[in-house]
Design a protein around this ligand. Sequence first.
Ligand code: CTP
Length: 319
Amino acid sequence: NLSLETNPSTGSNAVDHKLLPSASNTAQSSTDWNFNKTLSKIIRKNILKFLDAERDISILKGILKPGDVIHYVFDRQSTMNVSSELYKLLPRVSPLKNQFHKRCAIVGNSGILLNSSCGQEIDSNDFVIRCNLAPVEEYERDVGRRTSLVTMNPSVVQRAFQDLTSEQWKGRFLKRLRGLNGSILWIPAFMAKSGEERVAWAVHLILQQAINVHTAFPSLRLLHAVRGYWLTNKVQIKRPTTGLLMYTMATRFCEQIHLYGFWPFHIGPQGNPVKYHYYDTLTYEYTSQAGPHTMPLEFETLSTLHRRGALRLHIETCN
Ligand code: CTP
């Protein structure tokens, strides 16, 4: 047990402004932070008891064949048949095979990144993980451009690309995929039946347009394994967010992990308003009991790990 237990009131519905993190009790200035190599090794070892990112990052060709039936992770009674197109995009070997990087960045999508000038710093990492096909081009100064791995929840096809309903939206989606230029595109395809068509469209376009990406499809056990690790450490998350999934997996193949764009609060450290996403106008109720995630509790956990030097949370602007 890493004693990550947090104040249960943070996970509750009540928005108590005294509980909102401030710059001083979360991410201290860079001079105060020292990397705790020993702790990060212990965390890696403990996470490895639950999952191995080298394996769980993707189902491989050898495991499935076209026509196989998969039960969705969230709705077990619903199934899908592995199509020959999806099969073609399964990797033969793990996209993370033998990878170990000195410094990795995980870029969350909070509006805290706007005007951060962190782009260069993010790009200076050896491996850069981004979430949900978040755009980079127009925001390069604040978020950088380098992408080693990017996730794509099927819902993003609807949320950010209007379900490809017109040639224009299809064109935008293809432009974003082409911009990935050989990086890993990580698609949680087996979570919910609602994503079935969107996954099929994406897979079809990648093949038809010969998009240069290394696709990966997380294993069926990944989500439960990640949740299991955090629950064992007394972090009562409902369903881990993409950001927490990425951190948990990154411990396997990164020495130092730097998090940017993690700020699940409407108000910034200086009392300024902060958008849910740096790139759109969506809103989000972080403390809603109905939502699938427990983002503020995740954040508090990451802050604890930051203070102990196991990871570095960046919420301040970069020089
Ligand atoms: N995030 C955050 N604060 C925000 C927005 C996002 O800390 N204001 C982090 C979360 O860990 C989130 C990740 O950045 O998983 C990527 O953001 P987003 O694409 O918005 O994820 P969601 O769709 O909100 O959630 P998920 O993909 O995890 O279901």
